[in-house]
Design a protein around this ligand. Structure first.
Ligand code: HEC
Length: 111
């Protein structure tokens, strides 16, 4: 009886940590995202450049989520720029932009 309970608890803890980690990873790293945005996007998306000025606060959280759907990215002039990055990097950039979006608790401009 007691042994079974311990096994069930162990299984629960195991599942929790495994999936917990998986979800944590999916969120991406906003600090790395900021670095990557500056490195791979900013040159074209600042005032006076060929793309329009883009900062986290240029869009709302929902708008960033929509903007990073693959179907949407495929319509951008700069889709090749996205294709140069791996999925994780794109997710980090998305996390950064989404975290500091116009309607987030701390909207930010990319300076
Ligand atoms: C070589 C220049 C260049 C690079 C690098 C670049 N873009 Fe673009 N991007 C453009 C141009 C040009 C457009 C079309 C004009 C516009 O709408 O800004 C565009 C359009 C967009 C749009 C659609 C416009 C909007 O307001 O929704 C988004 C979003 C976007 N880019 C995000 C990015 C992100 C994120 C990166 C970095 C991964 C990036 N771009 C890198 C040139 C670039």
């Amino acid at each position: 009886m007691g042994k079974k309970l311990v096994l069930v608890l162990l299984a629960a803890v195991f599942l929790f940590t495994t999936f917990g980690l998986a979800f944590a990873e999916e969120k991406g790293n906003p600090r790395k995202g900021k670095f990557l945005f500056r490195k791979s996007c900013r040159d074209c998306h600042k005032e006076g450049a060929e793309g329009k000025e883009l900062s986290p606060s240029s869009k709302t959280m929902d708008q960033w989520t929509a903007a990073f759907k693959q179907e949407k990215i495929d319509t951008y002039k700069c889709k090749e720029e996205f294709a140069k990055l791996n999925e994780k990097d794109v997710n980090d950039i998305y996390t950064y932009l989404h975290k500091y979006a116009a309607d987030s608790p701390s909207p930010a401009k990319c300076k």
